[in-house]
Ligand binder design. Structure first.
Ligand code: 3MF
Ligand code: MG
Length: 407
């Protein structure tokens, strides 16, 4: 019997630790703390029961991570085929939901902070932004990110930074600068660029080479406008456009790398957007993390290559969700100061009284997965990798996620 099979049998019925190694090893709390193991023995940590975090430990987990969502994540349920099915929730009411559900921060579009922004002068915009900052701080909240909403104005029907009209491109850059000014009032150092309409329905409609140069010009104009602001590009391959110009995190970081201040351009990865690009969100996150460029995440879920569904985190692809949490844990993401945002939508079928469950549930699933990552015996991963036995590794992970197999 190979040492490895002995280990797996041991997992089913572990002997007392003293008969194994003579002492009780300390359980590794996360993959970064995996200890080397001697051949033929396995850590006492494999005994799931003693690894289950206590309530205090779970509270620590929750407070290590900072969570946010945006006002648009509490919505009326309209879709392209039907109108609203829930009444609009006033901002004041939404504001109270954040703390109640255990959230720490708000992500805002510029016009979430100052409605009708296009009709207002700076003095009024500044006044309203200050009021908003006071209102969220009174709730114990901060602003995670701001984002210029460049895709609803009539001037951006065919693109903002990449419109064929010079005057429209100019307008878009001015609006992005204004968003930076609002961000400063909100004491928020990150502006997100979701480049909604930067792309085409018909390839020949734009000169793509020029369009990419215009995107770079826009990023440079934003960097020049404020010496401290950081720009987090949120890539998405399609929707609303057939094809977007910045479809992946690779494109986003390449653009940043040739900007006038690469260290102030990073990325935000949304689960659904990676899936829509046919990519694995955890690998996209790992790529950005390896470059020190993952400045926020929009966790959610998605059934394959369909419209952008913004489902609750883990609801469609639990294993994919586990890997996202695994990679964030491995990187010590919480300690980088970056937050976990949920860009999720309540199902249209959800009644108004229960139309915030998607937020509470996404946070809960995230924390359950943190617990799962921290209680997996990473020695199993080490041994399986050493033996190149990935079927065994996969089974161990699936059993761990299902809570079966090692009782
Ligand atoms: C669209 C999105 C956006 C962006 C947001 C950035 C409405 O698929 O994900 O959500 O996340 O605009 O601030
Ligand atoms: Mg998003």
């Amino acid at each position: 019997m190979s040492a490895f099979i002995r280990v797996r049998l041991w997992l089913i019925s572990p002997p007392e630790p003293s008969s194994l190694t003579g002492k009780l090893p300390v359980p590794p709390s996360c993959p970064c703390h995996v200890r080397p193991i001697s051949p033929g023995t396995i850590s006492w940590a494999s005994r799931g029961a003693i690894l289950r975090p206590s309530l205090a430990e779970r509270n620590t987990m929750a407070s290590e991570y900072k969570f946010s969502f945006g006002p648009w994540n509490i919505s009326e349920g309209n879709d392209p085929f039907g109108p609203a099915v829930r009444p609009t929730v006033a901002w004041g009411e939404k504001l109270r939901v954040f703390k109640r559900l255990g959230f720490d921060a708000v992500m805002f579009h510029d016009d979430d902070i100052v409605p009708d922004i296009e009709r207002k002068e700076w003095a009024q915009i500044e006044r309203e932004a200050k009021e908003m900052r006071k209102a969220i701080e009174a709730e114990g909240l901060v602003t995670e990110v701001t984002a210029p909403r460049l895709w609803e104005d009539a001037r951006t029907v065919d693109g903002a930074f990449t419109s064929n009209e010079a005057s429209e491109r100019k307008w878009a850059i001015e609006r992005a600068k204004r968003c930076i000014d609002i961000s400063n009032v909100m004491n928020c150092g990150i502006v997100v660029l979701w480049l909604a309409r930067e792309g085409t329905y018909v390839r020949e409609a734009k000169r793509a080479i020029d369009a990419h140069k215009w995107l770079l010009e826009a990023v440079n104009a934003m960097l020049a406008h404020d010496p401290k602001i950081r720009i987090a590009i949120e890539p998405k391959p399609n929707e609303p456009m057939d094809h977007a110009y910045i479809p992946t995190i690779g494109h986003a970081l390449a653009l940043g790398a040739v900007s006038n201040d690469p260290k102030r351009v990073g990325g935000l990865i949304e689960t659904a957007h990676s899936l829509l690009a046919g990519l694995d969100p955890s690998d996209d996150m790992a790529f950005a993390l390896a470059m020190g460029k993952l400045w926020s995440v929009h966790l959610n879920d998605q059934n394959g290559l369909k419209y952008d569904q913004d489902k609750s985190f883990g609801a469609a692809n639990l294993r994919v969700a586990w890997n996202q949490v695994r990679v964030l844990e491995q990187a010590g993401y919480a300690k980088t100061g970056a937050m976990v945002a949920f860009d999720v939508k309540a199902m249209r079928t959800q009644r108004a009284e229960v139309a915030t469950k998607h937020l509470a549930n996404s946070r809960k699933i995230f924390l359950h997965l943190v617990e799962k990552v921290r209680t997996f015996d990473w020695n199993i991963e080490k041994q399986c990798v050493a033996n190149r036995d990935y079927e065994e590794l996969e089974m161990a992970i699936l059993e761990h996620l299902m809570g079966v197999g090692k009782k």
